[in-house]
Write a protein that binds this ligand. Structure first.
Ligand code: FES
Length: 105
C-alpha cells in the first residue's frame, strides 16, 4: 500500500454520519446537517443574500473562506460573525439584521 492509500477506517478526516440540526434564522426554523456552516444552511434554505452593503446592494457569500466579510450575521447575540466560517450548532439563533451600534462619544 502506497502512502496515498489509507483504509477508510483509519482516515482521521473521513466523513462521518452527521445527523440533522435545526437553527433559527430571523425567527424561522432552518434545518441542515451537523458540520455545515451557517452560510451553508442559509444557502440550503434558498437564501443567497441576507444583508446589504452601504449602497443597498445585496450581500451573502462572496469568498466563502473568511476574507471578504460579506456574510456577516449575528449569532446568539454575538454580532459580526462570518457565516461562512462558523459551523452551525443545534439551537443557534441567527439574525441577519444589522446589529444596533451605540454612538461613540
Ligand atoms: S463569504 Fe467572505 S467572509 Fe464569508
Amino acid at each position: 500500500m502506497g502512502p496515498q492509500r489509507l483504509p477508510a477506517t483509519q482516515d482521521p478526516v473521513a466523513p462521518r454520519d452527521s445527523g440533522p440540526l435545526t437553527i433559527t434564522v430571523d425567527g424561522a426554523e432552518v434545518t441542515g446537517q451537523v458540520g455545515q456552516t451557517v452560510a451553508g444552511l442559509l444557502l440550503g434554505a434558498g437564501r443567497v443574500s441576507w444583508r446589504t452593503s452601504r449602497t443597498g446592494r445585496p450581500r451573502g457569500v462572496f469568498c466563502g473562506i473568511g476574507v471578504c466579510f460579506d456574510c456577516l450575521v449575528t449569532i446568539n447575540d454575538i454580532p459580526d460573525v462570518r457565516a461562512c466560517q462558523r459551523r452551525a450548532t443545534e439551537g443557534d439563533v441567527v439574525s441577519t439584521e444589522p446589529p444596533v451600534r451605540e454612538a461613540s462619544a
